[in-house]
Ligand binder design. Structure first.
Ligand code: ZN
Length: 227
């Protein structure tokens, strides 16, 4: 028994030694932080940038407005650190943050989500510019704050925005959600509808009211563009 115990002790020590040897090997060191120029010239970055441009063209969007950024964007939210996959701006620019782990399928989903934000921003801008009895106000009047809040989101990500909402009352469609409640439940839920439709196709099972609102926004966006 004693011998057995000694043998086990020896085995444990040699196992520890072999593990330490692995830790000391150069490939086990943490990856060095690459300079932006190094990332931008890496074959994987260049390939992903091409894939992204092809996807943007497929979506019928302006390729010059979408960039693949070598910068990693992390943000703190509810005490946790998150890495953002993309960002869109009211002027139509979209930035996708390069992630070596991101598959082409996820790149497409990310783009679908961000492009929906751009369309939402455009319709929101037109809505806020017209009179309170204008055609957009009339068309979207049925989507009352209480009705939307009762549905909540369509994905884990969009539900996080509903949970994080800090406004006194439920968010209003086309309001400046981020300023009013520190999250964007409506804007993000509609972007997640677009992502689901892209990922799973038009027959995806999704909340009917959000799908209807998503379609209405895209219809009005198309009308604005052809006007
Ligand atoms: Zn988003």
């Amino acid at each position: 028994m004693r011998l057995g115990r000694e043998r086990r002790g020896f085995d444990a020590l040699s196992l520890l030694r072999s593990r330490l040897a692995v830790w000391r090997m150069p490939h086990a060191d943490p990856a060095p932080v690459l300079a932006v120029s190094e990332i931008e010239n890496a074959p994987d970055f260049l390939r992903k940038r091409q894939t992204l441009a092809a996807l943007v063209a497929e979506f019928g969007y302006d390729v010059s407005k979408v960039t693949l950024s070598p910068q990693k964007k992390t943000f703190n939210y509810l005490g946790q650190s998150f890495t953002s996959e993309g960002q869109s701006f009211p002027d139509g620019r979209i930035e996708i943050f390069y992630d070596p782990q991101m598959s082409d399928a996820r790149l497409g989903c990310c783009l679908a989500h961000e492009l929906q934000h751009v369309r939402y921003f455009a319709v929101r801008h037109a809505y806020r510019a017209e009179k309170s009895d204008g055609p957009l106000h009339r068309r979207f009047a049925k989507y009352a704050p209480e009705l939307l809040a009762a549905q909540r989101g369509v994905s884990i990500y969009s539900n996080e925005h509903w949970d994080a909402w800090k406004g006194d009352a439920p968010p209003k469609l086309f309001s400046l959600e981020l300023e009013e409640g520190e999250s964007e439940p409506i804007n993000e839920t509609i972007a997640e509808v677009a992502k689901a439709l892209y990922n799973w196709g038009p027959d995806v099972r999704i909340n009917a009211l959000w799908k209807e609102l998503h379609d209405a926004i895209n219809e009005e966006h198309a009308a604005l563009r052809s006007a």
